[in-house]
Design a protein around this ligand. Structure first.
Ligand code: SF4
Length: 349
């Protein structure tokens, strides 16, 4: 698909839209099958050194109560994932790169590997770090890394981030390159329906994913947060229903463009439509991230407003997702890492 065709698909309605979603579902089934892989999400700290203009836990938001889950809380969540045969966990936090933080994550990785006898796959999502840090964490057991670009258009990037050294677009790209060179399965993604974002930007985002040859992707609708500077532009946004629909079409187009990658059904979809994640699974997504963050911290990890499942403990969350996935006609890949087929294909070349 070229850019013009992608834009047409993103703008499609009626029968053309139906054909796009149906075709993406077929390609997903043919290439990656109908298994959905769980990644138990542990949002272990909301301390962040950055000030992204859309993010509810940005450094300047003084209303947020900052937390650091204890090692024992994090390990309990990982044990839950292991006992419930989730296959993998994702350790996610705000962006901190102090030596203490780097060492702490390193120790956690080693401990999780040990407690699960290597059984749990580990994805990290801890922002931009030095090449050495990425290598150290890889050595200690992380094998997938999520680092969203949020927009591949530098102009738009600097409309949603402060333009300073701490929020450099170039550094973001460099980090993605370091991750790939280190040997990680690399995931990125964007927000859909941002203020100032055009169809041209979104089509370019998809082509950017293809160009840098990602292994995994997480995309969801942009949802405005009152405690952020970008909230000022809420009047220019598409409706939430439109942002939701556009996110589904982005997922479907990406499945057609990169058939063998892993695509996550982002939780933000469910913030708009209660069946949002199942709808994403039906049009191309194959990964879901049940929240294993201890309930006492969840309300302090709200990157956007209306985040679902704030009060559901891990057990409830698992039961609810299992039922939803069954209804959607998919099957859960219990106990499997569910690594990106694309990664296997690109690394055997
Ligand atoms: S998006 Fe990530 S890096 Fe940016 S402020 Fe939020 S937590 Fe920090």
């Amino acid at each position: 698909m070229d850019k013009k065709e992608i834009i047409e698909l993103l703008q499609s309605t009626g029968r053309e839209r139906e054909i796009l979603l149906k075709r993406a579902a077929e390609v997903k089934k043919q290439v990656v099958g109908n298994k959905v892989y769980f990644r138990g999400l542990v949002e272990f700290s909301n301390v962040c050194s950055k000030d992204c203009l859309y993010c509810g836990i940005r450094k300047s938001n003084k209303k947020v109560v900052r937390y650091n889950a204890t090692d024992s809380e994090i390990l309990d969540s990982c044990r839950f994932a292991l006992e419930n045969r989730f296959g993998s966990v994702v350790l996610q936090s705000g962006e901190v790169s102090s030596p203490v933080f780097v060492k702490r994550v390193d120790n956690l990785l080693k401990t999780i590997k040990k407690l699960s006898d290597g059984e749990l796959g580990i994805t990290l999502s801890c922002g931009e770090q030095s090449r050495e840090t990425y290598a150290r964490w890889f050595e200690s057991g992380a094998h997938r890394y999520l680092l969203r670009i949020e927009s591949s258009n530098p102009e738009l990037y600097y409309k949603i981030h402060p333009k300073n050294k701490n929020h450099s677009f170039e550094r973001r790209l460099e980090s993605l390159r370091f991750l790939k060179e280190t040997g990680y399965q690399v995931g990125t993604g964007v927000m859909v329906g941002l203020p100032f974002q055009t169809y041209d930007d979104l089509a370019n985002d998809l082509l950017f994913f293809k160009e840098i040859d990602i292994d995994m992707c997480g995309m969801g609708p942009y949802i405005e947060h009152e405690g952020t500077p970008l909230y000022e532009f809420r009047g220019s946004l598409k409706t939430k229903a439109e942002r939701f629909d556009l996110s589904l079409k982005m997922i479907a187009c990406l499945r057609l463009l990169m058939p063998d990658i892993n695509i996550a059904a982002a939780t933000a979809l469910q913030a708009i439509d209660p069946a949002g994640r199942e709808k994403a699974l039906a049009v191309g997504a194959n990964v879901i991230m049940p929240n294993l963050t201890p309930c006492i911290y969840r309300k302090e990890y709200q990157l956007y407003e209306g985040k679902p499942c704030l009060d559901e403990d891990a057990e409830l969350c698992r039961n609810c997702l299992e039922a939803r996935i069954e209804i959607s006609g998919n099957e859960i890949g219990y106990g499997e890492w569910g690594d990106s087929k694309h990664f296997a294909n690109r690394t055997k070349k």
